[in-house]
Write a protein that binds this ligand. Structure first.
Ligand code: GDP
Length: 336
């Protein structure tokens, strides 16, 4: 699937737009016979130049604004990412001002063209055109910062990996070392891919599995859903919100053997924090490393989390019940 920013073309800066407008204007010549009076020729030539410069400036700004996907129609995931990487209010304001600049240039062109209706000599006609070029250039220069904002938006958004909101997605959470990537590897049909999102320090790992006849994305997000929410900065929190828009189900993995150096109690505290940041999303909890845990550890885990499926990603025991529980949750969300 394509992501909405992928096709945005490079954004010209203010000086590039002005030079192009000036060049296009200079190139305009009108073919008229020698018998046509000089003043008529001058009027036609200058009018053609004004129109060419108008098209290269106002026309460019209008088409630029159209190349940006409509922000309000974006999938919530991309909205959150845009908020993190650019700022939605800033992007919308810049686009609004660019459209207004285009309108002002068009108005200036109209009034210059009407001035051209009654010039007394070719010099007057040329000066109406020059006045327009000057006005156009100063409007475009005034839009320089907004052009930079759109250029930044393109730069940051165009290479984001496509995320298909229609594909059911299971996001794994849990402290480092609980076995998330082992589970993704064990269940995926092919080697999981890694994807780089600009707001996470580590690559996101995505595996694909067939579960209950559906192709499901399994996502592991090192550095994001594996530590307490209170210690996160604003960008990380927004990244989590973005992720929550992609998730169908969160599978929270507990290492019941505590071999990852986090006690079951600390894992429960992490669970509570993550649960709170994904209020709308079904949560499944699994006890991994059951092969290495003793009875008292499982009892402690059950007292905190309730009775849950125990599995071992290492030996493969219980992976079948992991899959069937995920399938059950997905079937409720995506009834066939
Ligand atoms: P992640 O950081 O949550 O992705 O954890 P990993 O999948 O990298 O696993 C961390 C370590 O735990 C690795 O050495 C795994 O081999 C080991 N591990 C994962 N699952 C199990 C399990 O069910 N039993 C045991 N004994 N070890 C496991």
């Amino acid at each position: 699937m394509k992501q909405p920013f992928e096709t945005m073309p490079t954004v010209l800066n203010a000086e590039e737009i002005i030079s192009k407008a000036v060049r296009d204007a200079e190139r305009e010549e009108v073919e008229l016979s020698d018998r046509v009076p000089a003043i008529i020729k001058a009027k036609k030539r200058e009018a053609a130049r004004i129109r060419a410069a108008e098209k290269a400036s106002a026309g460019y700004l209008e088409s630029l604004v159209k190349t940006v996907p409509t922000i309000d129609n974006l999938h919530p995931f991309y909205m959150d990412v845009l908020e993190v990487l650019v700022g939605i209010a800033e992007a919308k304001a810049a686009l609004g001002r660019l459209s207004r600049s285009a309108r002002i240039i068009r108005e200036a062109a109209r009034s210059s063209l009407s001035r051209l209706r009654r010039p007394k000599n070719p010099k007057d006609a040329a000066s109406a055109r020059r006045a327009f070029i000057g006005r156009m250039a100063s409007i475009v220069r005034g839009a320089a910062a907004d052009l930079e904002t759109v250029a930044k938006l393109r730069e940051r958004m165009k290479d984001l990996p496509a995320a298909d909101p229609a594909v059911p997605t299971v996001v794994l959470a849990g402290y480092p070392g609980v076995g998330k990537s082992t589970i993704v590897r064990a269940i995926s049909s092919a080697k999981p891919e890694t994807r780089v999102y600009p707001f996470t320090t580590q690559a996101v790992i995505v595996g694909h599995a067939k579960i209950g006849g559906m192709t499901v994305q399994m996502v592991d997000t090192p550095g994001l859903l594996d530590r307490p929410i209170e210690r996160m900065n604003k960008t990380e929190l927004l990244a989590i919100t973005a992720l929550s828009k992609l998730s169908s189900v969160v599978a929270f993995i507990v290492d019941v053997s505590e071999a990852n150096a986090f006690t079951i109690d600390r894992q429960k505290a992490l669970y509570d924090g993550v649960r709170e940041s994904f209020p709308q999303i079904p949560f499944l909890v699994f006890f991994n490393k059951a092969d290495a845990a003793d009875q008292s550890q499982i009892a402690r885990a059950e007292s905190l989390f309730g009775k849950r499926k125990a599995l071992s990603a290492l030996t493969g025991d219980g992976l079948g019940s992991f899959i069937s529980e995920v399938e059950g949750a997905l079937k409720e969300l995506y009834p066939a």
